[in-house]
Write a protein that binds this ligand. Structure first.
Ligand code: OAD
Length: 235
């Protein structure tokens, strides 16, 4: 079986990383238009860097939870059975990788990477970013930004994502509100191609009615149960 899993902030919520749209979520405390757009970065790069520096520090002290670990088991287990997992995440954290996932597509970029706007290269970056920091490979100063996708920018590797989605037997969305496109459109794309769909979330998402199957509860509890059922071929 080939499974396409899309994860969102809900899968990392129990690791202590905030979601965006829940009560007390990041976007209830911070204005995304002032912090997560190219225009905001052009207008006030220090403020944007401070927001992502704070999130990077939080990430460095967070640990993967049982849902991340279960998805890593799913990847290995499907491979042993001749199938595959395509793990696509909207999350910019590295908790899937730290839980053991081998292949993760970060469609909204990665918080632990910096990108030079002059040469376009990226590199691992665990320190605070600042306007003044020079990029080590090209030595250009003043052009460093977090390697993340902002509102108004195109998510990464969309061709590879749609190829994998349309080659899957099952599409599963985990911990995402289904309110940000293009990811929110994957369920209708999958359905349109006759692919079975499943949602795992704390509560029904904006797209809940489009899914064939729905499982609700904390990701750390529901995802491991679902993974064991898939690997024991009860699904
Ligand atoms: P949201 O904050 O919009 O949605 C998180 C979802 O996770 C909600 O539906 C919650 O009910 C659910 N949830 C919360 N805790 C959970 C738990 N313990 N177990 C399971 N589910 C839980 O986050 P995303 O859908 O990921 O983009 O947001 C998508 C994009 O919007 C983000 O990548 C980010 C944001 O703006 C950019 O910054 C460009």
């Amino acid at each position: 079986m080939n499974i396409f899993v899309l994860t969102g902030a809900g899968v990392s919520a129990e690791s202590g990383l905030g979601t965006f749209r829940d009560k007390d979520g990041l976007w209830s405390r911070f204005d995304p238009m002032k912090l997560a757009t190219p225009e905001a970065f052009a207008h006030d790069p220090d403020q944007v860097h401070a927001f992502y520096n704070m999130r990077r520090q939080n990430l460095l002290s967070a640990e993967p939870n049982a849902a991340h670990r279960a998805l890593a088991r799913l990847e290995a287990g499907l491979a042993e059975r001749g199938g595959s997992l395509f793990l696509c995440t909207q999350n910019i954290d590295d908790l899937h990788e730290r839980a053991g996932a081998k292949r993760v597509l970060h469609m909204h970029g990665e918080l632990l990477k910096a990108r030079c706007t002059a040469c376009g290269d990226t590199m691992l970056w665990h320190e605070d970013l600042s306007v003044a920091a020079p990029f080590p490979s090209c030595r250009h100063s003043g052009g460093l930004r977090p390697h993340v996708v902002w509102f108004g920018e195109m998510p990464l590797e969309m061709d590879a994502i749609y190829d994998a989605l349309l080659g899957a037997n099952l599409f599963v969305a985990i911990g995402t509100s289904g309110s940000v496109y293009p990811a929110a459109g994957f369920v209708s794309e999958a359905r349109g191609h006759g692919i079975r769909t499943c949602e795992i979330n704390l509560e029904p998402s904006d797209n809940a009615r489009q899914f064939d199957e729905r499982r609700y509860g904390e990701a750390s509890e529901v995802v491991p149960v679902w993974v064991e059922q898939v690997l024991s071929q009860k699904i």
